[in-house]
Design a protein around this ligand. Structure first.
Ligand SMILES: Nc1nc2c(ncn2[C@@H]2O[C@H](COP(=O)(O)OP(=O)(O)OP(=O)(O)O)[C@@H](O)[C@H]2O)c(=O)[nH]1
Ligand SMILES: [Mg+2]
Ligand SMILES: [Zn+2]
Length: 379
């Protein structure tokens, strides 16, 4: 190790190399200084004699390293937290009593990008702390991501977009009116929830806009399949207590078309949050995509919710076609009755699924959903 210059008691300055394309971190004044002296940056710590301009474009920066943590055998202390939001390449990580802006180590990015997003909302990550020096907020570098217990993903062009990780359930929100419910979209979300390892919960919001008698068979249809269903109104607070109980001590991602009232429902159960809610465009009855980024919010009742932007059509074509039937509850118990073991339930003869549709035991909309998903191109 080359000699290092001590510049004040117990502390030395060190030049470290950063990634050239490293984007500037977002700055917030209130970030905790909790771990200010607990770790050092573990990027390339070779010292350099070269003169490099200071400033945003510099690939090298001076970091302050406490002397008592510089031994060669020093085991760096990492902080652990949950990713609450992604802002470009910066992850905001909640460690319990503060939120840290973190970049993602390149090796992690390169290795994982081929599989899925390297870091998403809900991920449990460990990060080392970088001190930039006086007057500049500390930040973290994510070193590892714990394996995910679940993932809500969709296809977006050629890529897989993982919306959130490590959630227990997907609250699939539709509205009774403005916009009209879209059963096929609900079915897409159910497939995505089940394929990603989460429980779907079907929520029909804005029930204040229709007479109870007009609610139709939407919720009963899903209740019969064994899913939790509930009718809510963020305006009259109908069903809000029930929703609150359902979300307590669980992690939930709130999904559904724009304008159905996802953010309104999250506000209703956690009024302090004051999430921005949108206006409905009169002539289309559609939302305006008010929520633009998935974000995780802790609940006072324990657990957390991830509010997401509304997505018009949720592409689940990443689910292999032969597996689709597994995510249609009412098919699962019947597929053994099909003549062909590899029956696709579309063109085959002696198909137990088609027979059940004809007999009125499987809802025609659900079968139509299955066929549409089955025939959807894979790429
Ligand atoms: N009548 C009625 N209006 C509601 C209800 N819930 C939400 N709204 C209204 O519906 C509009 C859209 O609500 P948001 O909460 O922004 O909808 P969102 O699903 O979060 O929309 P995106 O963020 O765009 O995906 C707002 O004008 C809300 O006031 C409800 O239960 N009843
Ligand atoms: Mg919203
Ligand atoms: Zn069949």
């Amino acid at each position: 190790m080359p000699p290092r210059k001590k510049n004040r008691q117990g502390v030395r300055k060190e030049r470290v190399a950063f990634r050239g394309n490293r984007s500037a971190p977002a700055r917030q004044k209130h970030w905790t200084r909790l771990a200010r002296d607990e770790g050092i940056d573990e990027l390339d710590t070779e010292t350099s004699e070269s003169v490099v301009a200071k400033g945003a474009l510099s690939r090298r920066r001076t970091v302050i390293v406490p002397d008592d943590q510089t031994g060669d055998d020093h085991v760096r202390k990492l902080l652990e937290g949950t990713v609450v939001v992604m802002r470009g390449r910066i992850a905001e990580v909640d460690v319990g009593d503060g939120v840290w802006p973190c970049t993602i180590r390149r090796v992690l990015r390169t290795r994982q990008i081929k599989e899925r997003h390297p870091v998403v909302v809900g991920d449990r990550v460990r990060f080392s702390v970088v001190h930039h020096g006086e007057g500049i907020a500390d930040e973290g570098v994510i070193e590892s991501v714990r394996s995910r217990s679940s993932e809500l993903s969709r296809r977006s062009g050629r890529r897989v977009h993982v919306i959130a990780a490590n959630v227990d359930q997907v609250l699939i929100v539709s509205s009774a009116a403005a916009p009209e419910p879209k059963p096929h979209l609900i079915d897409r979300y159910i497939v995505a929830a089940l394929a990603g390892g989460m429980e779907p919960v079907i929520c029909l919001n804005k029930i204040d806009l229709i007479p109870t008698a007009d609610a139709g068979d939407l919720l009963p249809r899903y209740r019969t399949l064994g899913y939790l269903t509930l009718a809510t109104s963020a305006v009259t607070r109908n069903g809000i207590d029930e929703l609150g109980k359902l979300l307590a001590n669980k992690s939930t991602v709130v999904a559904g078309q724009s304008g159905v009232g996802k953010s309104s429902l999250v506000n209703a159960i956690e009024p302090g949050l004051n999430l921005r809610v949108g206006e409905i465009i009169e002539h289309t009855s559609k939302g305006r995509h008010t929520t633009s980024t998935a974000r995780l919010w802790p609940l006072r009742s324990g657990g957390y919710v991830v509010d997401t932007p509304g997505i018009k059509s949720f592409d689940v074509s990443i689910v292999p076609k032969p597996e689709l039937e597994m995510y249609f509850e009412e098919f699962v118990e019947r597929v053994a009755g099909c003549k062909f073991g590899d029956c696709t339930h579309i063109d085959e003869t002696n198909c137990a699924i088609k027979a059940a549709v004809d007999a009125g035991d499987i809802h025609p909309d659900r079968y139509a959903s299955y066929v549409r998903l089955y025939e959807e191109p894979t790429t």
